[in-house]
Design a binder for this molecule. Structure first.
Ligand SMILES: Nc1ncnc2c1ncn2[C@@H]1O[C@H](COP(=O)(O)OP(=O)(O)OP(=O)(O)O)[C@@H](O)[C@H]1O
Ligand SMILES: [Mg+2]
Length: 361
């Protein structure tokens, strides 16, 4: 049997737990064809939540999921949208191709084998088309489909559109979002500053989506699920929750390691051992990353790792022999590199495993 605690892949529905309120929220949004912007720290479970919601609701809605993490051009964006649309819905391949052929004006489609899953999927042929033509075909098709279907369109890692600068993708999206009927747009992402800046006052997408921050899973929900597979007490769950600072991925990785060890009752010592194991497995890649930083940035990272808030206190500046201005500019660089983040005057390292590693320096 596979481990019931996925940490490096998305959970299948039987492995998904908690998130009752979030699923309800999504239901309301979908029923009313409203739009939602879901943001959170990294690895909290945004993608898992949306995938699970789509699985549960695929009979009611046409669910389109597109991940734009790796787009580097506007054409990539359009292609990803077309690909996601082509593979949405529960149709057999032949029916899907027939439907799409009558739906698209210019785009042609053909079956292909997905290199990752070795499953058949549908590939839009767009080589001769311009960006504008692809976008027009996509939104035209979406509109046609929305006449007979309620549609959910999730765009994951949405902040990536901010990196495309030769067209104003947000302004383009605004036009279509405003005109829509029967379509919910669900925007997901984790680079908080970039993402919320797309929706801030005066930006094209301002007020076009309700903002929703995905918080850590509830401790109770983790405990209820974990105790089915492990001999674990609530206080031990709480202990590993604190270690992970609520980061779902790390919680799952610790639970996974405890599970495969099949030891008796879970103890603090054991949690410490598996946490160390996780840090050790990352040690060489973190060292490489750390070595790309200049000396002042290294110092700034150590300070943030250790102190989190009040980092400019003179005792700290003296301890690390660094000037306030130098620390400030190094911290700014780390923020830009997204190695650290800031919330309510408190700095933190968004990758919890890396944060623990830095704390140990
Ligand atoms: N509700 C859940 N039940 C079980 N596992 C979960 C749940 N939410 C998240 N996970 C697990 O935690 C890990 C991180 O989740 P996910 O990738 O969905 O987070 P994310 O917020 O989309 O992260 P990123 O910011 O990196 O895109 C995944 O491996 C997933 O299996
Ligand atoms: Mg994700």
């Amino acid at each position: 049997m596979n481990s019931p605690f996925p940490y490096d892949r998305l959970p299948i529905s039987s492995e998904f737990f908690g998130r009752v309120a979030e699923l309800e929220k999504l239901t309301t949004i979908a029923q009313n064809s409203n739009n939602l912007l879901i943001h959170s720290k990294r690895r909290m479970g945004k993608s898992s939540l949306i995938k699970t919601f789509f699985e549960k609701n695929s009979d009611i809605y046409l669910c389109i999921y597109v991940d734009i993490f790796d787009i580097v051009s506007k054409e990539d964006f359009a292609k990803q949208l077309l690909k996601a649309l082509s593979n949405a819905g529960k149709f057999d391949l032949k029916t899907a191709i027939k439907n799409l052929t009558s739906l698209f004006k210019r785009v042609r489609v053909e079956p292909t084998i997905d290199q990752n899953t070795l499953e058949y999927s549908i590939k839009p042929i767009v080589a001769t088309l311009t960006f504008e033509e692809m976008m027009e075909d996509f939104f035209h098709s979406l509109k046609e489909l929305s006449k007979t279907n309620k549609i959910l369109l999730a765009i994951d890692e949405f902040q990536q559109i901010a990196n495309i600068t030769d067209v104003k993708l947000d302004a383009m999206m605004r036009k279509h979002i405003q005109e829509r009927e029967n379509i919910s747009y669900l925007f997901l992402g984790s680079k908080r500053h970039l993402l919320t800046s797309l929706f801030e006052y005066k930006a094209p997408l301002y007020e076009l989506a309700t903002h929703y921050e995905l918080k850590p899973l509830e401790l109770e929900a983790i405990f209820e699920y974990a105790k089915k597979y492990l001999d674990i007490s609530l206080p031990m769950c709480e202990y590993l929750y604190q270690k992970s600072d609520g980061e779902t991925k790390m919680i799952q990785q610790i639970l996974h390691l405890l599970y495969i060890q099949k030891e008796q009752t879970v103890s603090k010592e054991q949690i410490d051992i598996v946490t160390k194991e996780i840090l050790n497995s990352k040690d060489s890649s973190y060292k490489l990353l750390f070595d790309t930083l200049g000396n002042n940035q290294k110092t700034a990272l150590k300070i943030v790792g250790k102190y989190k808030s009040g980092v400019f206190a003179s005792a700290i500046l003296t301890e690390y022999n660094i000037k306030k201005q130098t620390l400030q500019s190094s911290i700014d660089t780390l923020l830009k590199k997204e190695l650290i983040d800031k919330e309510d005057e408190r700095y933190f390292i968004p990758d919890r495993t890396f944060e623990l590693w830095v704390e140990g320096l």
